[in-house]
Write a protein that binds this ligand. Sequence first.
Ligand code: ADP
Ligand code: ADP
Length: 224
Amino acid sequence: DVMIEASALTKRYGAVRALDKVSFEVHRGEVVGFLGPNGAGKSTTMRILTCFISASAGMARVHGYDVFDEPLEVRRKLGYLPQRAPLYGEMSVWEYLSFVADMRNLDRSVFRKRMKGVVEVCGLAQSLGRDIRTLSHGYRQRVGLAQALVHDPPILILDEPTSDLDPNEKAEVIRYIKEIGKERTILLSTHNLSEVETACARAIIVSKGRVVADGPLDGIRARS
Ligand code: ADP
Ligand code: ADP
């Protein structure tokens, strides 16, 4: 059951070739690490999969929907944590999550019922009344995870959710992601191999816009 399919994705920014025929599949229930150094093309791939930018060539599907032709369906199936967090206004965690739910036209009663679980799995139950701007980076990333979950998507795309966090916060956020991954398909980008080892059974390694390795972590360790 293929949940994410990228097929020969190529992206040029002017003369820069950010992606060069990137192909991979992610199956239902997998938590896959998307591993590579800065500039490898991770964000570009994720922004194509989430319909924020278009590819120069190639195609991609999410939950069977074409990212170019069916962006609304794709967005309904996806939760996305972009690399850069939004600028938060003066809003509590609860107000922000309600706002995201409203933007997604979720029914209020559905949202309220679902939020309990989301807030629990992201470790925010004690922080709902806090002004987001007063939270630590680690807690803000938990809010980022929670906003990606409000519409209960089967697939999550997380773009370097642990960058800029201290080691304790990183470990904590990875623990939440692992827990969330028990019930969802996740593509998780990072440049940190140990995080992938903790959270993922498989890694796709990208370098200079190409997939250079793809497989179970044991195999990838043996090769490097
Ligand atoms: P990663 O997420 O792995 O760090 P990116 O996808 O952000 O990699 O970047 C891949 C390449 O594309 C890099 O060379 C980067 O400089 C370039 N790039 C990314 N976004 C743009 C843009 N908007 N305009 C021009 N070049 C870009
Ligand atoms: P549209 O152009 O269709 O109105 P926007 O790009 O303005 O859509 O996005 C509407 C809201 O949905 C924004 O909050 C945006 O961050 C969020 N969003 C858009 N695409 C995704 C996605 N793939 N996954 C999660 N949230 C998304």
